[in-house]
Design a protein around this ligand. Structure first.
Ligand code: PMP
Length: 361
């Protein structure tokens, strides 16, 4: 087995090497304070600047306007599946959902506990191999929900026009493609993303919320559920996940130093192009999704002859390709190409694919 690893894992995923190095140093001696980042109080002169910088960098990288607040919360994206409807959806009101995969389904299931839910489109009948292009929405919906990238099935919304046209508050789960491509983030009223793919370590979830949509539901909200309390307390209503927020801050700094979202998008395009071009050059491999809906973050494929999958998986392992096994609901392989994955890793993987295909004639 090769010592050098190429990490294509779906999440927690690869982070920049510089971030691993700086975070390790901070565990030993944070900013020359003589203290570890793991032992400092969150309401101290040492940590407050970390939270402030993380928020400022997120706002800058997403070009957010003054109405949009950035929060760092706990409980993963899965907690947002219920926190969002609790804050926005009254029992007698209705919210609209697009159903493009397992995570969208989970968001739908939780929202139903709190109010009316209408599923406006779904690709479930094809095991989520494509993104529905047209759908109508009940104009009385209090919000419209989407999953921008479907981590498990490898599809991604490429065009948000159908959402913008509906003129409803937009809520998006961007867990697996946040900050990977340019978009008008201000057009979304609530964005949530578990950090563990593109923005940092597991244990923290970024929530971007337009404060004007809050405070309209009639239900009583537990303190920790009400986003307004987190805004008021600068994501420090209780002890924040100090280390995870620090790793986010470092990763956002790294992204800025790389040239921000526009620059990383170019790099992500280059990686995805090389990967999919290789995939399409050898009929031994078969992409599992509609070509126009292919995700640039998670690419799913199977082998034309399923009997070869074991052998290919073994070669991947031997060559240091980590995390390429497909999710159980799709099978085959899944290659995640998050922001921090170097282009060279895609070169290495596509070399393995090419050699394998050629060896099978
Ligand atoms: N939404 C999407 C799109 C995801 O990919 C994931 C995790 N893979 C989740 C939600 C759930 O995130 P968490 O584990 O942070 O709750």
């Amino acid at each position: 087995q090769k010592a050098t690893k190429h990490n294509f894992g779906a999440g927690p995923g690869i982070l920049p090497k510089e971030v691993f190095e700086e975070a390790s140093q901070a565990v030993l001696n944070f900013n020359n304070s003589g203290l570890s980042i793991l032992e400092i109080g969150h309401r101290t002169k040492l940590f407050q600047p970390v939270m402030d910088e993380a928020v400022a960098l997120a706002k800058e990288l997403m070009n957010l306007d003054a109405d949009h607040e950035v929060l760092f919360l706990q409980g993963g994206a899965s907690t947002q599946f219920y926190q969002v409807p609790m804050n926005l959806l009254d029992e007698k009101a209705v919210a609209s959902f697009t159903d493009t995969g397992v995570w969208a389904t989970k968001a739908i299931k939780e929202a139903k506990l709190f109010g009316g839910v209408e599923v406006v489109c779904s690709s479930k009948e094809s095991n989520y191999t494509y993104i529905p292009k047209k759908f109508d929405v009940n104009p009385a919906s209090v919000y419209l929900h989407l999953t921008s990238n479907n981590t498990i099935f490898g599809t991604q919304w490429q065009d948000f026009t159908p959402f913008y046209e509906k003129n409803l508050p937009l809520v998006a789960d961007m867990s697996s493609d946040i900050l990977s491509r340019q978009m008008d983030f201000n057009k979304f009223d609530l964005i949530y993303a578990g950090a563990q793919k593109n923005i940092g370590a597991a244990g923290v979830t970024m929530v971007v919320v337009n404060k004007n949509i809050l405070g309209k539901v009639s239900r009583k909200l537990p303190t920790m559920v009400d986003y307004r309390n987190h805004i008021e307390n600068g994501s420090m209503l209780n002890t924040p996940p100090v280390f995870a927020v620090y790793v986010c801050m470092l990763t956002l700094r790294w992204l800025k130093s790389k040239g921000g979202v526009a620059a990383i998008e170019k790099e992500n395009d280059r990686k995805a192009q090389l990967f999919y071009d290789t995939l399409d050059s050898f009929p031994i491999f078969k992409g599992t999704t509609a070509k126009e809906d292919r995700s640039k973050m998670n690419a799913c494929f199977v082998m034309e002859d399923p009997a070869l999958e074991k052998e290919f998986a073994a070669i991947c392992e031997q060559e240091g390709m980590v995390g390429v096994k497909g999710h159980r609901s799709v099978g085959g392989f899944r290659v995640s190409m998050y922001n921090a994955l170097p282009y060279e890793s895609v070169v290495a993987l596509t070399d393995v694919m090419r050699n394998f295909a050629i060896s099978k004639g």
